[in-house]
Write a protein that binds this ligand. Structure first.
Ligand code: AGP
Length: 615
């Protein structure tokens, strides 16, 4: 996610802003920038790369004087990472400058209207559109900056945390929030703005956290004025005295990045599908996909290449594509595919899935597929990553940076993109009616709330983790759409708790694994009513009769499994093809709590890297 910082007060702003950006580096970013007001002009410097690169560039090219300024670390969503697309952005007149964390969904239509009024644009970003919209409103309505921001934001659809100032009124910063975090640090004759308190906690522990649809005018020598963006209603600020330390703030108050990212999934899934469909109208629009729809609808076969958790998401994709789009799908480990001399032709579509966008095996598989004439589509979480650039087209997951080595929100957001692709292809091929499409999209729209419901089982999962934290082995079983979730649950457990775990199709038990069952073997079984339920129940009974311990993931209200399993974890009901988005949640929590109880390094497990950029 982007990081924003702002300062107005009695200090030199530059050191405060640079150190603040360094505090926000943990959020993940690909470029950085700063703008300072030196008493007469705005001096701006920005660059692709790290804060250290910004520091050396800024000190070499601009005056870093002044007590008013803003700074930004960018996690690209619109426009690849480069100097021009970095923030801050000037308005056309050069009087206004803005930084922004979020996504403006309707920026293209706003941009067209501004171009018609003579505005020009230097970057591909939605943010540059916003600052010029504010400028246009301030000019045409002849209002102060705060009012112009308010009017402009009422024309915007999307998510934002912005800081903007006008050099003609250098005693104030205007901030606004919807969907992205923004905090105001209240000092003695000084104010700090940031994505969280880590940039200013050393200066003040008094902070105001804006709520969604709130804005504030932060003026020296005055109280902070909070307003509702929609109707200008006055809000009386609640100043909090913070007790957190820096590390706690970076993890959002969670003990580990992995737990933070597990809990970010409702937002990550929503951000991933945001602006990509209209459920009521039954419309799906994904830029990278729409331009190449024919490739998919005429494909003889779809081959997925990926590694690890991304491979598991691809396997869920196989079930979804074959069910909804009726296209044959093969899922390949990229590390095998690249050396197998696979039979591929130009009628094939290859989908490469990667959170980091830098996995060497997946990159090599893409290169091979392209050499053999296939159309290659990428699903990545890092904008501008090597895989994003190596593929013919693609769609980003908007999960935000995933810091924990164990992939969690990447898995669920990858499945979200795959579901949208399958629905789009299925509808284009006439395999899905408009009514069915509406039903699926409405169910997808309800998923974030259902993930939140699934997360409520956390304390119960923690209790179960305590029962099995000393196990030496564990089996994970699932059928249909949830067979890949069993594999993913096993991977989560083994990679962070170091307990040996294996995932199997539940019916495979009688072909060998059942020999492993005894009272020392916990077995996690995904037994949702949507997937071959009766057969899974009989698998559970086979295990119980051999004294195996059963941890069952079931639909809310299930009675039958509850009577035979040792432990039950409930998830809300949804359509079968979307159940993986919910069944994976208790399994992520289970592996997390067991790993914590075993004093393992949850965020950086032994022997593992977040991105395997070597063979
Ligand atoms: C999953 O928890 C692991 N961190 C690992 O399997 C990971 O999914 C795999 O290395 C692929 O990474 P990618 O998605 O960045 O390509």
């Amino acid at each position: 996610m982007c990081g924003i910082v702002g300062y107005i007060g009695h200090r030199e702003a530059y050191p405060v802003l640079i150190k603040g950006l360094q505090r926000l580096e943990y959020r993940g970013y690909d470029s950085a920038g700063i703008a300072l007001y030196d008493g007469s002009e705005i001096n701006l410097s920005k660059t692709k790369g790290k804060v250290a690169d910004l520091k050396s560039k800024a000190e070499g090219e601009i005056s870093v004087q002044g007590s008013l300024g803003i700074g930004h670390t960018r996690w690209a969503t619109h426009g690849v990472p480069n100097d021009v697309n970095s923030h801050p952005h000037y308005s056309n007149s050069g009087d206004l400058v803005i930084i922004h964390n979020g996504i403006i969904e309707n920026y293209e239509s706003l941009k067209k209207a501004l171009i018609k009024r003579g505005y020009t644009f230097h970057s591909d970003t939605d943010t540059e559109v916003l600052v010029n919209l504010i400028e246009e409103v301030q000019k045409t309505e002849n209002v102060k900056l705060g009012k112009a921001v308010q009017i402009a934001l009422n024309q915007v659809v999307g998510a934002y945390a912005i800081v903007v100032f006008n050099k003609k009124k250098p005693d104030e910063l205007v901030v606004a929030k919807l969907g992205s975090p923004l905090a105001i640090g209240i000092g003695e004759e000084e104010f700090f703005i940031a994505s969280d308190a880590s940039p200013f906690i050393e200066f003040t522990s008094n902070a105001i956290y804006l709520d969604d649809e709130e804005m504030a005018i932060v003026r020296l020598g005055k109280e902070v004025k909070l307003r509702k963006i929609k109707d200008d209603a006055i809000i009386y600020p609640k100043v909090q005295e913070l007790q957190m330390n820096i590390e706690e703030i970076e993890k959002g108050g969670y003990d580990h990045f992995m737990l933070k990212e597990i809990y970010e999934q409702p937002k990550a899934i929503k951000d991933t599908y945001r602006g990509r469909f209209l459920a009521n109208e039954g419309i799906i629009k994904m830029a990278g996909m729409d331009d190449y729809l024919e490739k998919f609808t005429q494909a003889e076969r779809i081959i997925v290449v990926a590694c690890g958790t991304s491979w598991h998401a691809g396997l869920v994709g196989e079930y979804i594509f074959e069910d909804l789009a009726r296209v044959p799908v093969e899922v390949e480990y990229a590390s095998e595919f690249r050396y197998r001399n696979p039979i591929i032709n130009e009628k094939d579509v290859v989908i490469a899935i990667s959170q980091s966008g830098e996995t060497a095996d997946t990159l090599a598989a893409i290169k091979l597929a392209k050499e053999k004439g296939a159309f290659v589509f990428g699903i990545c979480n890092v904008v501008g990553s090597s895989i994003a650039r190596a593929t013919h087209a693609g769609a980003y997951t908007h999960a935000g940076p995933e810091i924990g080595v164990a992939s969690t929100k990447a898995f669920t957001t990858q499945i979200t993109v795959l579901a949208l692709l399958a629905l789009k292809i299925g509808e284009s091929k006439g395999n899905i009616s408009k009514v069915e499409l509406h039903q699926y999209l409405s169910e997808l729209e309800a998923i974030p709330t259902k993930v939140e419901k699934a997360l409520e089982a956390n304390e119960h999962v923690k209790y179960i983790a305590g029962e099995y934290k000393d196990a030496s082995n564990c089996l994970y079983l699932g059928r249909g759409f949830n067979f890949p979730v069993a594999l993913e649950g096993a991977l989560k457990l083994k990679e962070i708790s170091y307990i040996h775990a294996e995932g199997y199709p539940a019916a495979e038990m009688k072909h060998g694994p059942i020999a492993l069952i005894d009272e020392q073997m916990p077995v996690v079984v995904i037994a949702t009513r949507k997937g071959h339920y009766e057969k899974v129940v009989s698998n559970i009974q086979e295990i119980k009769s051999r004294k195996g311990k059963i941890i069952a993931v079931v639909m809310e209200g299930d009675k039958q499994v509850k009577d035979i399993a040792d432990h039950v974890l409930e998830i809300p009901e949804t359509v079968e093809c979307l159940t993986p988005l919910l069944t994976t949640i208790p399994l992520q929590l289970l592996s997390y709590h067991i790993a914590v109880m075993r004093d393992c390094n949850v965020d950086q497990p032994r022997n593992l890297a977040k991105s395997v950029t070597v063979e």
